[in-house]
Design a protein around this ligand. Structure first.
Ligand code: PHE
Length: 444
């Protein structure tokens, strides 16, 4: 039986969907926090280098494997490693799939917080002040309600498929997000105190760049930001027609993701200085006071202090965060869904339902054992899952893949000089670079 596989219909739809996966809480929360703590522009500088040298090639490799296979990530990796290492490939595919579920389990919780913070100002506007306060403060109740709501929202889009669901919704949400972000930046930059933030962000302080661990955090940040290592980008690549110029597409996705991270810094760092100007405590010994504080304490307080406009600003900000999170969970959810549909012959609806239930169960387990589990899962995914899979993609593209791998052939024959250079870079340089960084993380 061969049914036509769903696909992205336009290149721009593909770019927006993949950029939607990349652009998420990592860009708008993670990046500005790290930049604020590590010399502002200096961190930006390192981040750019790591993105170009390692994260972009890893994204390319991940998408290339999926695009060549035109199948779900588990089968794609299995086929790419066949015949000798097919089992290893399948194992890696399943390992990525597990990473996707783990990522969804914590990401859905945080996304639920964003959603509840977006609804709080709305309730305030219609006069439900009690509800608004509950949404901003009750932690367990909020997790129990908003995490499932967020998982259902993701499922509703996934149900509709690649073109009618993922592509259509990403094409609506991403431009909206962009406009909202620009609007917020313009507003914040006009507030008193903002210019000191701009200065810190745009004038790099290289004296802060003495700690080599900074490269490691920048790499973790870049991999997470480009959604590398759980198969989400691979599955998106598989829904793109073979023969499209993947290099250009990957460059556009990376550029958009980096642009949004940069713009988020332009919003958040000046906002922190505005908050400080208003008398809020923001930094202690030059370091932000607690990561969670930034989004759920400093910014809401800042918005409160802005009066009526602040309600609107808060609404726009958290709506933006929720949208960014939603387009990011789509790609990870598609990983197990595509596997169940193609390998286990489940209907798309059943597969989506099954995956959503598993994610719900996983995230409720995190809610129940929050203190021991939540931070542990996040750091596992960031420090181990993503770089290990990134390394594996390089090895597959450069070494294991024996049939039908244009890059590997190019690397050997060198017919086209640029492609040959690129192929050899992926084959020899990237695995070494990533291993050095990884060994530092694991044993440093
Ligand atoms: N890239 C997303 C972000 O920046 C997170 C993500 C990681 C999404 C892995 C999918 C897979 O927030």
């Amino acid at each position: 039986m061969s049914i036509v596989r769903d696909s992205f219909h336009t290149r721009i739809g593909f770019i927006l969907a993949a950029a939607g996966s990349a652009i998420g809480l990592g860009n708008i929360w993670g990046f500005p926090t790290q930049a604020a703590n590590n010399g502002g522009g200096a961190f930006l500088f390192i981040y750019l280098i790591v993105t170009l040298l390692l994260a972009l090639p890893a994204l390319y490799s991940e998408m290339y494997i999926g695009n060549q296979a035109q199948k779900n990530p588990v089968t794609a990796l299995q086929e790419a490693c066949a015949p000798k290492s097919a089992r290893l490939g399948k194992f890696a595919g399943l390992f990525g799939l597990m990473g996707a579920i783990l990522m969804l389990s914590f990401y859905s919780i945080v996304a639920g917080w964003m959603l509840s913070h977006a609804l709080a100002p709305l309730s305030e506007l219609v006069g439900f002040n009690g509800a608004a306060q509950w949404m901003e403060t009750s932690s367990l109740g909020r997790n129990l309600i908003f995490t499932p709501i967020f998982i259902v929202l993701t499922a509703l889009i996934i149900f509709q498929g690649i073109h009618a669901g993922i592509e259509r919704w990403s094409s609506r949400l991403m431009p909206t997000l962009f406009v909202m972000l620009i609007g917020l930046i313009i507003y914040i930059l006009q507030q008193p105190g903002a210019s000191a933030g701009l200065e810190m962000y745009l004038i790099p302080d290289f004296s802060q760049l003495t700690d080599p661990r900074l490269i490691i955090s920048a790499m973790g940040q870049a991999f997470f930001s480009l959604s590398i290592g759980v198969g989400g980008m691979m599955v998106y690549g598989s829904y793109l027609k073979k023969g499209d110029n993947l290099g250009k597409l990957v460059a556009s996705i990376t550029a958009l993701d980096t642009l949004i991270a940069f713009l988020a810094g332009l919003l958040i760092i000046p906002a922190l200085f505005v908050a400080q100007h208003n008398g809020l405590k923001v930094f202690e010994n030059g370091v932000l006071i607690g990561e969670g504080q930034l989004i759920f304490h400093i910014l809401p307080n800042l918005f409160d202090a802005m009066g009526e406009v602040g309600i609107l600003v808060g609404l726009v900000f958290f709506a933006l965060m929720s949208m960014a999170a939603l387009t990011s969970t789509l790609s990870s959810t598609e990983v197990p869904v595509s596997y169940l549909v193609e390998d286990k012959n489940l209907s798309r609806n059943k597969a989506t339902l099954a995956v959503s239930l598993v994610v719900l169960l996983a995230s409720m387990t995190l809610v129940a054992f929050f203190d021991p589990l939540f931070g542990m899962i996040i750091s596992w995914v960031n420090t181990f899952q993503l770089p290990i899979m990134g390394l594996f993609y390089f090895i597959v593209v450069g070494w294991l893949w024996s049939r039908g791998n244009r890059l590997r052939t190019e690397a050997r024959q060198g017919d086209n000089r640029w492609i040959a250079l690129w192929a050899n870079y992926l084959r020899y340089v990237c695995p070494v670079l990533i291993s050095i960084v990884f060994i530092n993380v694991a044993f440093g």
